[in-house]
Write a protein that binds this ligand. Structure first.
Ligand SMILES: [Zn+2]
Ligand SMILES: [Zn+2]
Length: 729
């Protein structure tokens, strides 16, 4: 009841996509007939936002009704479904991110939301204009056939500005007419091209098809590289399409997976709708609406696709479920695989996790029967796994200043003679990770971070990989002014390319690294060049490890398997095993038995031994036992708090006060604060607190209690909370 006017108006709570944890109350004009989930436009501060009418039981607003603002209008898009709002609440509760920031991920079409922008077409309608110009002639030639063409495309194709076309419309030579909106995705056809499955694959496909539509279940689709996991889960997708429900396929890096989109098209006649950060805002808005309207039946996307408001999601597939790229490390810190399982549970639908090297968490769940395991043992077409050998760098290493051991060089030579491709893998961008002065020992460090500057010769810069700081390499040492005194320490892939050019002059070499890739299109072209055999030797970072099929590749050389094994990260062994297994698996997928050579100083490390023996289960058993003993995930829970400030003392004292405020609970261990391994990033000093608890404890609730009682960060202080952290730097 509005006391001043005596009129009743409904009050609803609207969640707005900003850093707020609760909704605000607004007056809802009767004519809008709002229900929970509706998207509305509301004023907040001096701005207008698209928000969502949240549940009615949201926190009551203490302000007087007559000070409430009115909802401006309702947006003409389908409402956010109950399960989607539930999911957003769940993610916010679990990650401790403000609810509004999670909502923001679901409303990612930003200012492009709203009625479809009208597309204008033009066609020939009258006599030529009195005054002809070269530009006008080009336009008229283009439209000479009398057909309608989109105005913007016509301008682009004729190489003229929109003004030239407007002029021709004004003179009556052309006429403008509205075009129907472009469809975001044509419907895939489940019967387009039925695959030839092996009996094992068919059996797995049958099981998946039975689970589709039968409520919540988690299936680990477990198979080595090339065993046909994709072909198998495509059959579950086909069943979904037949049932006219939607499928979400999550991929670690959708921008890199042109081959996947082509395979999908070969099976279903069209590509799926794509969702990733490189889409144009307009395309993203269309895909968002197509998902919300149920028009896009299959969406393949990067982790953020998990927050699309599907009209009728029936199946989720997480491909390469172990991939670290599923963890979002800024903003809302969430693990897309874990949250996908949550979403499937809330929506009561099946989820399929596919991997040749499952995460330890998933492997444990499969071993304990919480997840179903569907194993695909053979390589498709009876191919065998590559032969893996270790090269002990302490016994048969390369000559000084070089990084390719004689045995690996010999293997590359042999591959080239056989007209096969070789891949040299080194997970290090640039030329050298450290540059020092031979005269005085000066090392180039980043002024903003505790990190060395990486020498990037192709770009002629020394670059910080943490903050992006870059400077040209000076001629003289900044400390002792010696000339030409710099030495490059350690290898990066650019340096490897130099060594290869010396060892194998005349071979066609392609260097692939994220900093050299200027666009997704360029990357897709390069991958095609490898596929087509236009390259002899590929030198790459983990960019080349993911999901590509190179039929002519028969030799893989891993330059430094010790990278990543040596740090204090509890997931280092798992991650190294997964990465090296994946890279080694690139060899020999099409012809003959491939070979992988692993250069290491620790040939007896369990990771290397498991790779050489091809004994995946032995690695998992050892790793699971170690995690269980140390109460690491999945046997315990972890959270990390990073406190940072420009002023080191301020960061440290706040971190100490925060740690001291931790609620007493014998089951919880609070470790730290300690200076972070990378103590300085972008000019901010960082301190870490690590929190460990048993699995049964609700660590998010514990943290919420803790933070509510702790001193609030003031001034320049920043507090980042990460539940289930993947990075310990
Ligand atoms: Zn010097
Ligand atoms: Zn830096």
């Amino acid at each position: 009841m509005d006391r001043e006017t005596g009129m009743t108006k409904r009050i609803v709570d609207v969640l707005v996509p900003v850093a707020l944890d609760h909704g605000y109350s607004y007056r809802a004009p009767d004519e809008l007939r709002l229900t929970a989930g509706d998207l509305v436009r509301v004023p907040l501060g001096s701005r207008a936002y698209a928000g969502v009418v949240w549940a009615d039981q949201a926190q009551p607003d203490q302000r007087l009704d007559n000070r409430l603002k009115d909802i401006t209008d309702r947006l003409d898009v389908p409402p956010l479904r109950d399960d989607m709002r539930h999911f957003i609440d769940w993610v916010a509760d679990y990650t401790l991110a403000p609810r509004g920031m999670v909502l923001r991920m679901a409303l990612r079409m930003g200012e492009h939301l709203g009625p479809e922008r009208l597309r204008i077409g033009v066609r020939l309608a009258g006599p030529p204009p009195a005054r002809m110009t070269a530009a006008r002639t080009r336009v008229l030639a283009l439209l000479a056939d009398g057909l309608t063409q989109s105005k913007s495309e016509a301008a682009e194709e004729a190489g003229v500005s929109a003004g030239v076309i407007d002029g021709l419309i004004d003179e009556g030579t052309l006429e403008a007419l509205p075009l129907p909106p472009e469809p975001a995705a044509r419907p895939p056809d489940p019967g387009f091209c039925r695959p030839d499955l092996t009996p094992a694959q068919q059996a797995a496909a049958d099981v998946l098809q039975q689970r589709v539509g039968a409520g919540y279940s988690v299936t680990l689709l477990d198979g080595v590289t090339g065993s046909g996991k994709t072909a198998v889960y495509f059959e579950a997708v086909a069943e979904m399409i037949r049932q006219n429900r939607q499928t979400l396929i999550l991929m670690p890096e959708i921008a890199l997976t042109a081959q996947f989109l082509d395979r999908f098209a070969a099976r279903f006649g069209v590509r799926p709708a794509e969702w990733h950060s490189e889409l144009s805002p307009r395309k993203r808005a269309r895909t968002w609406q197509a998902a919300a309207a149920g028009e896009a039946q299959v969406v393949a996307g990067a982790r953020s696709a998990l927050f699309l408001p599907f009209a009728d999601l029936g199946l989720i597939i997480v491909d390469e479920e172990h991939d670290p790229a599923y963890k979002q490390e800024d903003g809302v810190r969430y693990h897309a695989r874990d949250m996908a399982v949550v979403r499937a549970n809330i929506s009561k639908i099946p989820i399929v996790l596919a991997s040749a090297t499952p995460s330890v968490e998933t492997e444990v769940n499969a071993r304990r029967g919480r997840y179903h395991r569907l194993a695909l043992p053979e390589r498709f077409g009876g191919q065998t796994l590559p032969m893996v050998e270790a090269i002990d760098l302490t016994a048969e290493g390369p000559p000084r200043g070089r990084f390719i051991a004689p045995r690996l060089a010999e293997a590359v030579k042999l591959a080239l003679e056989r007209k096969q491709q070789a891949l040299l893998f080194l997970n290090r961008r640039g030329f050298a990770p450290l540059t020092l002065c031979r005269a005085c020992g000066y090392r180039f460090g980043c002024p903003n971070c505790s990190a060395w500057l990486v020498d990037h010769r192709f770009r002629r810069r020394l670059v910080c990989h943490h903050c992006g700081f870059a400077m040209p390499r000076p001629d003289a040492c900044p400390q002792c002014q010696a000339l030409d005194s710099f030495a490059a320490c350690g290898p990066g892939i650019e340096r490897l390319a130099e060594e290869i050019a010396t060892l194998f002059p005349g071979s066609r070499v392609l260097v692939m690294s994220s900093d050299l890739v200027t666009s997704v299109e360029r990357l897709r072209d390069e991958l095609r060049e490898i596929e087509d055999g236009l390259v002899d030797i590929v030198i790459g970072t983990q960019l080349v490890a993911k999901g590509h099929h190179f039929p002519k590749l028969n030799l893989v050389g891993i330059i430094d398997a010790d990278l990543g094994l040596a740090n204090g990260d509890p997931r280092a062994a798992e991650r190294t095993f997964q990465l090296l297994h994946q890279v080694a698996g690139r060899a020999g997928r099409a012809e003959g038995r491939g070979e992988a050579l692993i250069q290491t100083t620790q040939p007896d490390h369990p990771v290397i031994r498991a790779l050489v023996a091809g004994d995946r289960d032995a690695f998992y058993s050892a790793e699971i036992a170690a995690r269980e003993k140390d109460h690491y995930p999945p046997f315990g829970r972890l959270a990390s708090l990073v406190i940072s400030a420009r002023d080191r003392a301020l960061a440290e004292s706040h971190a100490r006060k925060l740690a001291a405020a931790a609620p007493r609970d014998d089951r919880v261990r609070v470790l730290g604060p300690a200076e972070a391994p990378i103590a300085l990033v972008r000019g901010r000093h960082r301190f870490r607190i690590l929190v460990r608890s048993p699995r049964a404890l609700d660590l998010s609730a514990y943290l919420r209690r803790w933070l509510a009682a702790a001193p609030a960060p003031t001034r320049d202080l920043k507090r980042e909370i990460d539940i289930d952290p993947m990075s310990f730097l």
